[in-house]
Design a protein. Structure first.
Lengths: 572, 366
């Protein structure tokens, strides 16, 4: 033994009981537990949906009869065609618009980029219904700009497409901004050095680099639109689409098997999108090497001004639309009496539950943010950093990625069939806030999981090896090192889950109980009852809350976190 | 190292194998490391050296084979049950903990022992020459300093085995040279058995008591740096350690060799089996340039095809006037080159000393 290094008897000094539990046993147990949770909240409900689609409406096995009935019924197939048409149109409109906007944000030197990016993200913080409600104020029968429609009604495909465009815009934008900022500046320098013209550079460097982002954005928008429930509900009129059809089959006609069939049909584009996205991501990684140099746009006044004008126009439309909805919620009687009032915020007048749906939403979103973040982050750590029980970690990874391919409405249906089944002892959860929280967590699990995994991947993979060599168990390295390093990501996750839990409609519409109605569902009900102003008011409250959470995160990041993360700075 | 230690190796590896799919990462590795020895695993990337190190640490599990540490079988033991400290190329320092907290990470943080932990950390900081830096965060230190802290952290628990996985590869050339001397001195002072993985032959030769040269999941040769350099067991080792020129040759007699159209005199034995085709290996620095007369043993007329200036010496590519089946490469000092007034295109005589001629089987891959 080393004479120069007097030993401290380390292993013996650890509490004996703790030493006796083998680390690998704890790891295996935790991974098994994670798999169990994910199977319960993701795999089994989806399985239940699949089984239900094969059942006869009167019970018993029907095989593929439900599918045959579906395709033999013109009204049902009509909804499918409508959904695909709407989604295709939205993709064709939104993706080019978002690409121009993303280009302006990443490749020009226009002013006010931060503010313009933030303005375009506004729709994320509101329930999808709000864009529909706003359109009824602007282009509806009493709309201020209804002349623009030249006699056509906004209630139908026109309204749905416009509202979906607003709603899907930030989702496409985020993907395209990411794709365009992942470019190697040296390619542009090489092109310039060879005297390549601007158009040719755009066609040979910019577009190929963003190609995968464009495909990915198109699929995401398509899926989002096919599976969105809120907008067609509010502004669709008699025009039926898959999502409203599923709702009608289940809630209206109590035809659960047919609801399951519609749900599975909605799963198809989502699953294709998911598959394409996987393939794309595998290729995208090779585009950017560690030695790439980020592209820095140089000022070119003409171009910059043109793009600024374009971005201002788009951002203006988005902010104005949502602004109108918020404004209308304070208006006494649109559009005849424009006096301001707070009456519509006294929800008791419009809905028997008053403000209680809002408090339900807040409680649900807070618990998803709190408990959900803990589950997701710990789960991602187990999958990413541990070495034992490879089969379990693979299963957990697969299940964690699954919800991305599952639209909220479909997952909600699965929850109905699984958690409302008489044979299931867990059916006591049905209608509780707990189940709403669980469902919301499952719905948004993938993005949260991927965010946590990405952050964990950036941590040196040898930390666990070093800890093992120092005889420190992984759970201590988790709390002392991994968690503190990832603190900003953890907070980001919590806000992501909170915002989505506040705004989601589609998954939870089937699951709420008499005293667990959520704010987003109250909007649907108030809109159905014709108290549109109150619906707009509730949506505005949700939007304000979600924006507040985001703002709070920014403040916390600037204050407490930067003090806790002193080690990130180079100087002491 | 005492005689008793020499008979019972501290680390004993037997028949260790590992596959990844159809790729054989390690094939039946046998290795003994004596107590207090400094051993380097040397080889090109993908040769299995890091895999072998990680298996000894228990970070990866072998498919087959046995590992004994201090005559205890640890083949299936988790890393925490093997007594080692490890240093990685990436330092793997915890960025959110101070230098002091990093070093103390493996020491138990119980209140009663706090004073002892502090004393131990101070001792280690002094040992690595960073006595005043305990309060800093790793991000505030240079690469070389960070790697020293990683070393102190690995040594903090006084392990009986120190594993170094390319610890110097991420550092600048100057820092690398200094730190390798420091690590070697520290290792000798503490007498700790050490295994270092490296792809840098100079590093391995300068630091190791013994070098394990690996290629394609196998051990090519184990020996002292001198032995490996002077008597490479294979063409691969000869080429990997230092430089070597290879020519196809036929052994004509006990001391006679035919290379292309040229007859050479060689020393008997050493693989020169009469009648067999061989690959003839020549080290550039052993070819004699200057003061060679046309009648000297193995003298050849050559034309200087190119001269490459490498600081302290020149590397000359030489084209023999008679067919040798290939060109020669010779290293000569800058002084000698100046004395000879060497220039490209010039003709001169060089000789290939019989002692410098090495035979390798023709089938072996270089």
């Amino acid at each position: 033994m080393a004479e120069g290094a007097p030993a401290i008897p380390l292993p013996a000094a650890l509490p004996r009981a703790l030493r006796r539990i083998p680390e690998s046993a704890v790891a295996t147990l935790l991974i098994a537990l994670l798999c169990g949770v994910l199977v319960l909240i993701i795999a089994l409900p989806l399985g239940a949906l699949l089984v239900k689609s094969l059942e006869a409406p009167s019970g018993g096995l029907a095989g593929l009869d439900n599918f045959r009935t579906y395709f033999a019924t013109p009204t049902l197939v009509g909804a499918l065609v409508n959904s695909l048409t709407i989604a295709g149109l939205t993709v064709a409109i939104v993706v080019p618009l978002a690409f121009g906007y993303a280009y302006a944000l990443t490749r020009t030197a226009m002013a006010g980029k931060g503010l313009l990016f933030a303005a375009a993200l506004l729709p994320i913080f509101a329930p999808s219904l709000l864009s529909g409600i706003a359109l009824t104020y602007i282009l509806g029968n009493q709309g201020i700009l209804r002349g623009l429609l030249m006699g056509h009604s906004v209630y139908g495909p026109i309204g749905i497409v416009v509202a979906e465009c607003l709603y899907a815009f930030p989702n496409a934008l985020i993907i395209l901004v990411t794709a365009l900022s992942l470019s190697d500046g040296r390619l542009y320098e090489a092109a310039a050095a060879m005297g390549t013209g601007r158009l040719r550079t755009f066609a040979t460097v910019t577009l190929p680099g963003a190609r995968y982002g464009l495909v990915s954005a198109a699929f995401v928008v398509f899926t989002l639109v096919v599976t969105d429930f809120g907008i067609p509900k509010v502004i669709g009129g008699q025009y039926s689409v898959l999502a409203t059809d599923a709702y009608r089959q289940v809630v209206g006609q109590q035809n659960f098997p047919m609801g399951a069939v519609v749900g599975l049909l909605m799963l198809v584009p989502a699953v294709i999108a998911f598959g394409v996205d996987r393939v794309i991501q595998r290729r995208q990684t090779s585009l950017l090497s560690a030695r790439s140099v980020p592209y820095e746009p140089k000022p070119r006044p003409g171009r910059d001004r043109a793009f600024l004008a374009y971005a201002l126009a788009v951002a203006g439309v988005i902010v104005a639309t949502y602004g109108v909805a918020v404004w209308a919620s304070f208006i006494r009687y649109w559009p005849y009496n424009l006096a301001l009032t707070l009456d519509h915020y006294d929800f008791a007048g419009a809905d028997a539950d008053g403000w209680s749906p809002y408090w339900n939403s807040l409680a649900m979103a807070a618990s998803v943010a709190g408990i959900g973040t803990a589950v997701v982050f710990c789960g991602a750590y187990l999958v990413e950093k541990l070495k034992t029980f490879a089969a379990g970690r693979m299963l957990a990874q697969f299940l964690a990625m699954l919800p991305l391919a599952v639209p909220g409405l479909v997952l909600g249906l699965g929850y109905v069939f699984f958690f409302n089944a008489p044979w299931n002892p867990l059916n006591v959860l049905y209608g509780t806030l707990a189940l709403l929280a669980i469902n919301t967590l499952a719905h948004y699990y993938t993005v949260a999981h991927v965010t946590a995994s990405t952050a964990l991947k950036q941590i040196d993979p040898e930390f666990e090896a070093v800890s093992a060599s120092l005889k420190v168990p992984f759970w201590r390295t988790f709390t002392r090192v991994s968690l503190p390093i990832c603190l900003p990501t953890v907070l980001e996750l919590a806000v992501y889950l909170f915002v989505n839990a506040m705004t989601t409609v589609s998954a939870v519409i089937f699951l709420y109980g008499a005293d667990t109605k959520l704010a987003s569902i109250a909007i649907v009900h108030m809109d159905e009852a014709g108290t549109t102003a109150s619906a707009a008011a509730m949506a505005s409250v949700i939007m304000a809350t979600a924006l507040g959470a985001r703002l709070l995160l920014a403040l916390v990041n600037r204050g407490a976190v930067s003090r806790l993360q002193r080690w990130r700075r180079r100087e002491a | 190292m005492t005689d008793a230690d020499a008979t019972s190796p501290f680390l004993r590896v037997r028949g260790l194998s590992k596959r990844y799919g159809s790729f054989r990462a390690l094939e039946a590795i046998d290795l003994d490391v004596a107590r207090g020895e400094f051993v380097c695993f040397l080889g090109p990337s993908g040769c299995g050296k890091t895999t072998l190190l990680r298996m000894i640490a228990g970070l990866d599990r072998q498919d087959e084979g046995r590992i004994e540490l201090g005559s205890v079988d640890v083949s299936t033991a988790p890393p925490a049950d093997r007594d080692f400290g490890i240093v990685f190329q990436s330092y793997a320092l915890f960025p959110n903990l101070t230098v002091e907290a990093n070093i103390a990470y493996g020491l138990v943080n119980r209140r009663t022992q706090r004073a002892r932990v502090k004393a131990r950390v101070a001792e280690l900081l002094a040992l690595i020459g960073l006595p005043e830096q305990g309060d800093k965060y790793p991000g505030q230190l240079s690469g070389g300093q960070q790697q020293r802290v990683a070393l102190a952290r690995a040594l903090a628990t006084s392990p009986s085995l120190l594993l170094l996985d390319e610890p110097l590869s991420a550092l600048d050339a100057k820092v690398r040279t200094r730190l390798r001397e420091e690590i070697r001195l520290l290792q000798k002072r503490l007498g700790i058995t050490t295994i270092m993985v490296t792809h840098d032959q100079e590093e391995a030769l300068a630091m190791a008591d013994r070098v394990v040269v690996m290629n394609r999941g196998r051990i090519e040769q184990v020996g002292t740096p001198e032995a490996i350099y002077r008597d490479p067991a294979s063409a691969f080792v000869a080429d990997f350690i230092g430089a070597m020129t290879f020519l196809d040759a036929t052994v004509e007699g006990e001391h006679a060799l035919r290379v292309g159209a040229v007859d050479l005199v060689c020393e008997g034995g050493r693989g020169f089996i009469p009648g067999s085709p061989i690959r003839l290996g020549l080290r550039p620095e052993e070819i004699r340039v200057g003061n060679v007369a046309p009648g000297d043993v193995n003298a050849l007329e050559v034309r200087v095809r190119s001269l490459e200036f490498l600081g302290s010496f020149y590397r000359a590519r030489l084209e023999p006037s008679r067919d040798l089946g290939g060109g020669l490469v010779a290293d000569l000092s800058a002084n000698l080159s100046g004395d000879l007034g060497l220039a490209e295109g010039q003709y001169l005589y060089v000789s290939l000393p019989p002692k410098a001629l090495r035979a390798f089987p023709q089938t072996s891959a270089a």
